[in-house]
Structures are given as structure tokens and as C-alpha cells.
Design a protein. Structure first.
Lengths: 553, 367
């Protein structure tokens, strides 16, 4: 009995073990606390769990406005004009042009903003009509005015404040004596650029058309993809200081209604003074803002958007930006290019496989380099190991510092290359990449083999078709290097498992991020690593739970 | 419903879950332990036989679990045998799971320290692993099953490649004679081959998580069949490659086999590296399974929330991993776990089935 007791006693570990056990518990507790408090901190501004609905459907009732802004038009021209002028009359670019109709003698004012309307059109057509051709009749009736004025764009506005907003946004407006509302008669024609080939997503084969900054043009580009009565676009307005229009586009007969409801819900909860770019929406409605992975895809390509809509996804367009968001997104989408589908299936498949390989390199290559060189030179072939170690002989730093020097240098180069004007960019690439790389080797700061590794890594990360996905991998690469520098190969494996764990937990609007890899959906594998021949692409992705699954009739 | 809220896994996921829970340390040590206990090259027959026995055991476990849909063994054992006895049985089971988890993580640390990270303090290996597993277990059974679905095909692929390339060392004479000393050595080997299947008790909780419990038999037996064929291949390839004598003397015979030859023209030359990679991932899966099972059990017995229990278990698992003082202790612990498994088998599924039979068939009472 005593010996048994003694044996058990001898197995009770020393205090060091207990201290380590305490540390073992503290660290995850601390991390979890940090995570939760970070989440709470930012949580209230996010669409998903925010309170109150600040974004309103554009067709819906106008938001409740405070007392003074709910002032309505009275019908007395002079009083109304005064009210409008007191609101926006200080702007030097707002013009008021009073007129009297030749036939009826009715009084009116045309209001417009410089540069938003074609001046010629305005003076020639509109004024001529208003002053000479407008038929006599009871103009005081709102309906009659609506019927008789021959403008395709004609909207009535009862509230002076909304009227002012629309005028400043670029509508030509009309006030007529006796009307209890303001009329908005022309759509704004603000200067915009030509639709162009998207810079961030260039293709060799495929339409050379990208979205522009004007929402109506973007929606029309989408409509012009083909005839369909199922493509539906619902518009919302968001922004407390400056309102902007958001359009949610989807295929009515394909999209899963729950998904659509969820997206609309989140958009309705956006609470922000101004949405400068669709990136704002992305960050305000995403599932997990602490994840390094993007949960909405952004694209400038209409063909990409349309094919996503046909898979049952939803597109979110914002006025003022050519970048359209696609939700939900899965990991494999970030490595797919529309070209995969335009080329025949064999090259498409090969290119796609290559991209998967490249993204693995972009993520892991420096970490593998560090773990092999610093920890396990015995695991690589002996001759190779000898060669590498020979070239590293003069290098004074441990491999982590060595890799960091070159990686940071190349990241800075890349960042600089984006800012530089086009003619200088390539020159800097040559100076930075070739000369500095070569000089660093000559100077003995880094080994030539490392230059190869870093160059391969950089080139691999360029091959990822989504810029934002590339950034994610670039960022994680440094984390991987840290893991590798502490625990070698073991650390690298832990890092890989960590990413796997994170990705399996991540969801984009309820769709697991790694579908169809895991949860395993074999039927969706036709479009994962492989791009199956068109004849096999009979069904829409199962993961989207679409209303109709067949692609063909 | 577009967004799933239920925490259920499919039949495929269940099969992979079971397989990844059990496939681990055995791949490295089975050839040694089985050769030691058999003494003849007939270890592969013992493996098949052991697998068949375990299949029967698992079948029993599935059958009894299917009587209580949506309930794990921790819940239905109390229904069947009462609060007290059920609680004790569940606690035994949890203790068993924690011991296995500690054993797994310690084995992993020993192998890593031996092959990859010589001179590193052992806590530096165990702690990050433990934390990572905590992160995974925190996500519940669904994230665990999904990670397994990623790891599983990679493991199988690399295992098969390693085995195929090891065929150059294969000599059929190493496996002869078949049944040279009759059947008795084969039965003697059973005690080590059944041991590699320890942990199959997770079946009794897994069934509760299946979205279609009717497929449980198929899924579990499928998972076991994959596992059994992997162990079978391991024995055949390793014994055939390095002969039974060196298998007995070597600590990690499978790695020794992979180290013993070079593949010219291949980047790694020796397959030991990719093999270590998948083995580490597999051990991670193993460990996370048992970690998850113990947290689940504790939370269900004491009706507590899962997340605090996860944190509380972390230091416990660490200590249980640090208890063995030497490699010899570790292997002895492995044997003890095997015996514990046997006792638990008699105690839990058999006892529960008997009680269930008595209560339902015998007395016609409502349970």
C-alpha cells in the first residue's frame, strides 16, 4: 500500500509543470477575452448586429424627418421660391430662371445646377416648351401638370428639403405658380468616364468591359448582358450625411429567398454618414471582421457578376464606384478567373490547378525555407542542402531576419510600384528587383537561394486573380514565417492547421467558406480544382441552395 | 433553411471523424508492438482479426446508441442505470478520454522532439498544439468534422504514396511462413492489435450528432474498414520491408522503414518528411477528438456550458501529458489504456445493453 502510494507520489510532477499548466490555461483565456472585447468594441457599428434601420428601400416611405425639414410646398410661387432660396440659394452654381408662359401667363421658375445638365438642351428645348408651347389649362392641379408636361423624367416632390437635395444632385427642377409641389424634370447628366477595360482584372480572352462610377450605367451594363425578365434590382439608400444609392441585384427565380432576405437585412442596418466605396459596405455587413479573409468578393467585371448571379449569388452595386460586391463568397472563388470558362476545359483546369499551387507557395514558401534551412537541413536532399549552406556561409543573420529583409523590401517595392506613374513603374521594378536583389547577394546580406524563394513567392502571389485575396495571403505569409522561425517544420504544420481551423469556422452569409471542400459536396467539385467540360456543368452549385438547380432546360 | 443552425454531421463526416480519431500513434508503433506479441510474421492476420472484433464491438455500441436518438452515452447511461451509476460510468469514460488525449499529445511531443526539434523544451511543443486544438474544439463538432475532411484525403494520399514507394524494400520472404507456428501467436497478437483501435468508444457519442442516425452502422463500419485497411497495409509493408527482427528492436519502425531508402529524382529523396507532416496532422485530429469528447461529457454530466469546460480542461490535459516520466512509461501507459479500454467496453456498452434488454424486453417497463 505504501509503495503504491509512493509510486503515485513520484508521478506527481514538479511545480514547473503546474506553472506551465497555468500558462496553458491563461493564454487561450486571454486570447478569447481579447477576441470578444474586440468584437464588442466594433460590433455596434456593424450591419449584422447593429440596431435600428438607417438604410431605407428607395421606393419605401421617406424617413421621418425633423420639423423644419418636413416643410411642404404651399403653391404660392413667391413663398416657395423664397423657401428654396433660403435653403440652397447661397450656392454660386445654382441658377434660378424665372419665366412667364406666353399663352397663359402662368409664372414659373426653372432651377438647375451648373454642369449637371446640357445647357443647350435646357435652354432650347425645355425653356421653349415652357414659355411658348405649354398648353393653357388648369395648371394648379398636380395631376394635370403631370399629364401635360411632355418630359419622360418627371417626378413630384412635396417636401422642400428633398427637393433641394435633388436639385443639388443635378436634377433640373421646375416650380409653377399654383402647384403644391416641385417638379424634377431632367435626370442629372454629371460628367462620367467611358466604360473601359478593368485595370485590376485584365483578361486575355473575354469582354473588354468594366463597370464605371455611375450606378445607372452599371445597372444598364448588367441588363445589357442579355434578355431576361428574372434579373431583379432593388435599390436602397444609405448614408446619414450624404445619401447614396445601393442596388441589390439577383436572379429572381434562382436565388435562395432566405439568403436574399439576410443580405437585405444587413444592408438595411448600415449606419454610416457616407459610403465612399463598396469596401465600406463590405466591411459593414461581413460576418467576421477579425478574419484576414474577405467574405465578399469585389469585381469590376460584369461577366463575373452575371455568372455569379446565375449561381444563385447576390450582387451589391454602389453608386460612385466601379467595384461590385458579390455575396456569399467561398475560398475557391478567389482563385478562379472568368477566363477558366472561356478557354477550353483542359487549359482552364491546368491554369486553375497552377493557381492553387501558386497560392500555396505564396503562403508557405518563406516559412518552408526558414524551417528547412534553420531547423531541418537533413530533410532536403543532401546535395541541395550542401549547396544552399555553402551560399549562405557569408550571411551574418539567422534565416528569419534574412527572409524578413528581402520580403519587406519586396513588399515596399510592390507598394511603391502601385503609386508610381505608369512609365516609371517598370523601371523601378528593374532597379528594385534586379539591382537590389543582386547587390544584396553580392554584399552577402542574403543568400542567392533566398532570392529565388522570395521571387517565386512574389510572382506566385501575382498570379492570384483577386487582388484582395492576394493581400490576405501576403499578410498571412509573415505569420507563417514567425511560426516557422519558432518551431520549424512543426510550427509550419501548426500554422497550416490553424488556417484550416479558421477557414472551416468562417462563414460568408451562412455558407461555409471552404465549401465544397469541407463540408464535402462532391457534385460541386466539378468547379473546384477542375473546371469540368461545359457539358458536365448541368447543375448550379449545391452550396447555394438555389430555387432551381438545373442550368439547362 | 439557408443558414444551418443545428450542430449535426453527415454520414461521410462521421466515418471520417471516426477514422481520424483512431488513426494516429498506431501507424508508427503497431508493427513493433504486434511483432513483439506475435513473434512470427503473422501480425497482419492479428490485425484483420482485431479489426473484425472491434467492428463487432462498435456495432454493439451503435445499436445501443440508436435506441436513444439525439442522446450521447453520457445522457442515456443515466437514463438506463440511474443518476449515480450512470454518472460514474460517464466519469470513467471521460477519465479514459483524457488519459488517451494526454497519451496522444505526449507521443506526438516525443516523436517531434526526436525527429524534428531536438533540444527544444517539451512544453514548447505541447503548448502551441494544445492551444490550437482548443481553438478548434471551441468551434464545436461541425468545425472539427470539417477540418478532418480536409486532413483526411491528404493523409490517405501521402500514406498510400509512401507505401507504394516503400515497395522497393518489400520482400515477401519477410512475411513467410504464414501461420508457421499455428494460430496461437495470432491470438497472442490480438492484445496489441485491438489496442490500436482504443478510443472507438467515441462511437457512442458520435451517433447522437448524426443528421441521419439510421446510416450510423454503415458510417461507423466504413470508417473502421478504412482504418483497418490502413493498419493492415502498414503491417504488411513494414514487416515485409524491414523484417520482423528489426521491427521489434526499433522504436518507430515505420519511420525507420521510410528512412531506409531514397527515392532519386524526388524533391525530398526520403519520404520520412511528408510522412511526418501527415502524421502530425493526424495526431492533431486524434487529440482534438478526445479533447472534444471529454468536454462534451463533462458539460453533459454537470449540465454546464461547454466553453468554460474547454478552458478548464487545457491545464488538465497538459498535466496528464506530462505525467509519464520516460518513453518506457509512455508505452506502459499505452498498454494500460488498452486494458482500460477492455474494462470500459465490458462496463459501458455491454452493461448498458444488458440493462436495456432487461428494462425493455424483460420487464416491459417504460424507460
Amino acid at each position: 500500500m505504501i509503495t503504491l502510494f509512493g509510486m503515485i507520489l513520484s508521478y506527481i510532477p514538479g511545480w514547473a509543470i503546474f506553472a506551465q499548466a497555468g500558462v496553458a490555461m491563461l493564454v487561450p483565456l486571454l486570447l478569447a477575452y481579447l477576441y470578444k472585447s474586440l468584437y464588442k468594441l466594433v460590433g455596434s457599428g456593424r450591419g449584422q448586429i447593429g440596431y435600428g434601420a438607417r438604410t431605407v428601400p428607395a421606393q419605401g416611405p421617406p424617413p421621418l424627418a425633423p420639423e423644419e425639414s418636413s416643410a411642404r410646398f404651399t403653391g404660392d410661387l413667391q413663398a416657395d421660391l423664397q423657401a428654396v432660396k433660403s435653403g440652397i440659394g447661397n450656392n454660386s452654381d445654382v441658377h434660378f430662371r424665372a419665366f412667364t408662359n406666353a399663352k397663359t401667363g402662368a409664372q414659373g421658375v426653372v432651377i438647375h445646377v451648373d454642369g449637371m445638365q446640357s445647357d443647350r438642351l435646357l435652354s432650347m428645348e425645355v425653356m421653349q416648351y415652357l414659355m411658348h408651347e405649354m398648353p393653357p389649362g388648369p395648371q394648379s392641379s398636380v395631376e394635370m401638370a403631370g399629364h401635360r408636361l411632355p418630359f419622360s423624367e418627371l417626378r413630384e416632390e412635396e417636401h422642400i428639403r428633398d427637393f433641394n437635395k435633388s436639385v443639388l444632385f443635378g436634377h433640373a427642377a421646375l416650380l409653377i405658380d399654383g402647384l403644391r409641389c416641385g417638379l424634377l424634370i431632367e435626370m442629372p447628366g454629371a460628367p462620367s468616364r467611358q466604360a473601359d477595360e478593368p485595370v485590376s482584372e485584365a483578361l486575355l480572352r473575354g469582354p473588354r468591359l468594366g463597370f464605371t462610377e455611375v450606378l445607372s450605367e452599371n445597372t444598364s451594363i448588367l441588363r445589357r448582358q442579355g434578355l431576361s425578365d428574372q434579373l431583379e434590382m432593388v435599390s436602397f439608400r444609405a448614408g446619414t450625411a450624404i445619401e447614396r444609392e445601393i442596388v441589390v441585384a439577383y436572379m429572381k427565380d434562382i436565388v435562395n429567398p432566405d439568403l436574399l432576405e439576410e443580405i437585405k437585412n444587413r444592408i438595411c442596418k448600415i449606419d454610416m454618414d457616407f459610403l465612399a466605396e463598396s469596401g465600406y459596405i463590405e466591411q459593414l455587413i461581413e460576418d467576421n471582421y477579425l478574419s484576414p479573409f474577405q467574405q465578399l468578393q469585389n469585381t469590376e467585371r460584369p461577366d463575373r457578376v452575371i455568372s455569379a448571379l446565375l449561381e444563385g449569388r447576390v450582387a451589391i452595386l454602389l453608386d460612385g464606384t466601379p467595384f461590385v460586391l458579390i455575396a456569399p463568397v467561398t475560398f475557391s472563388m478567389l482563385l478562379q478567373s472568368p477566363e477558366d470558362y472561356y478557354e477550353r476545359w483542359l487549359p482552364g483546369t491546368l491554369l486553375r490547378l497552377m493557381r492553387f499551387g501558386a497560392s500555396f507557395f505564396a503562403l508557405m514558401a518563406p516559412a518552408l525555407y526558414i524551417s528547412f534551412i534553420s531547423f531541418h537541413p537533413g530533410l532536403i536532399p543532401t546535395e541541395l542542402a550542401i549547396t544552399i549552406i555553402k551560399t549562405r556561409q557569408g550571411v551574418p543573420f539567422p534565416s528569419l531576419i534574412e527572409v524578413l529583409i528581402l520580403e519587406v523590401a519586396i513588399e515596399i517595392l510592390r507598394e511603391a510600384g502601385i503609386r508610381l506613374p505608369k512609365p516609371i513603374g517598370p523601371a523601378m521594378g528593374i532597379v528594385g528587383g534586379l539591382i537590389i536583389g543582386d547587390a544584396a547577394v553580392q554584399a552577402g546580406i542574403v543568400s542567392p537561394f533566398l532570392v529565388i524563394t522570395v521571387a517565386v513567392t512574389a510572382i506566385s502571389s501575382f498570379s492570384i486573380p483577386m487582388y484582395s485575396a492576394g493581400i490576405t495571403l501576403r499578410m498571412l505569409r509573415f505569420a507563417g514565417m514567425l511560426f516557422a522561425s519558432v518551431l520549424g517544420m512543426y510550427g509550419t504544420i501548426l500554422f497550416f492547421l490553424l488556417i484550416c481551423c479558421h477557414l472551416t469556422k468562417l462563414k460568408s452569409f451562412g455558407v461555409p467558406y471552404l465549401t465544397p471542400l469541407s463540408p464535402f459536396r462532391l457534385s460541386d467539385w466539378k468547379d473546384l480544382f477542375l473546371r469540368a467540360p461545359m457539358a458536365l456543368m448541368k447543375r448550379r452549385p449545391k452550396m447555394m441552395k438555389t430555387k432551381q438547380s438545373k442550368r439547362r432546360s | 433553411m439557408f443558414i444551418r443552425t443545428d450542430d449535426k454531421i453527415t454520414a461521410t463526416q462521421t466515418a471520417i471523424f471516426l477514422n481520424n480519431t483512431l488513426l494516429g500513434a498506431g501507424v508508427l508503433t503497431l508493427p513493433r508492438s504486434v511483432s513483439k506479441s506475435v513473434g512470427t510474421p503473422d501480425g497482419w492476420i492479428s490485425t484483420l482479426l482485431g479489426g473484425a472484433i472491434v467492428m463487432l464491438v462498435v456495432l454493439l455500441m451503435v445499436k445501443i446508441s440508436q435506441q436513444f436518438p439525439g442522446k450521447t452515452v453520457f445522457q442515456y447511461s443515466r437514463l438506463l442505470t440511474g443518476r449515480f451509476i450512470g454518472g460514474i460510468l460517464s466519469m470513467l469514460l471521460i477519465l479514459y478520454f483524457i488519459t488517451i488525449a494526454g497519451f496522444e499529445i505526449r507521443t506526438l511531443a516525443e516523436v517531434t522532439l526526436f525527429f524534428l526539434l531536438e533540444g527544444t523544451p517539451i512544453w514548447a511543443v505541447i503548448l502551441p498544439f494544445l492551444w490550437l486544438s482548443t481553438y478548434l474544439v471551441y468551434g464545436g463538432i461541425n468545425s472539427i468534422a470539417r477540418v478532418y475532411t480536409i486532413v483526411f484525403p491528404i493523409s490517405i494520399m501521402i500514406l498510400l504514396i509512401s507505401f507504394v514507394l516503400s515497395l522497393r524494400m518489400f520482400d515477401i520472404d519477410n512475411l513467410r511462413p504464414v501461420l508457421g507456428k499455428g494460430w496461437s501467436p495470432v491470438f497472442a497478437g490480438l492484445k496489441s492489435t485491438v489496442l490500436v483501435f482504443t478510443g472507438c468508444e467515441v462511437t457512442m457519442t458520435l451517433v447522437a450528432f448524426m443528421d441521419d442516425p439510421k446510416k450510423a452502422v454503415k458510417a461507423m463500419l466504413g470508417g473502421l474498414a478504412i482504418l483497418m485497411s490502413i493498419y493492415f497495409l502498414t503491417i504488411i509493408i513494414v514487416i515485409g520491408g524491414i523484417s520482423i527482427d528489426s521491427a521489434i528492436t526499433s522504436t518507430w519502425p515505420t519511420i525507420d522503414l521510410l528512412r531506409s531508402f531514397e527515392v532519386p529524382g524526388f524533391f525530398f529523396e526520403r519520404l520520412e518528411f511528408p510522412f511526418m507532416v501527415i502524421w502530425l496532422m493526424q495526431m492533431f485530429c486524434n487529440f482534438s477528438s478526445f479533447f472534444f469528447q471529454s468536454t462534451l461529457g463533462l458539460s453533459q454530466i454537470f449540465k454546464l456550458k461547454v466553453h468554460p469546460i474547454i478552458y478548464a480542461l487545457v491545464p488538465l490535459l497538459f498535466i496528464s501529458a506530462m505525467l509519464p516520466k520516460s518513453l518506457g512509461d509512455l508505452f506502459a501507459l499505452g498498454d494500460t489504456i488498452g486494458k482500460m479500454g477492455l474494462v470500459l467496453f465490458l462496463l459501458v456498452p455491454v452493461l448498458l445493453s444488458v440493462v436495456w434488454l432487461i428494462r425493455v424486453k424483460g420487464l416491459k417497463q417504460h424507460v
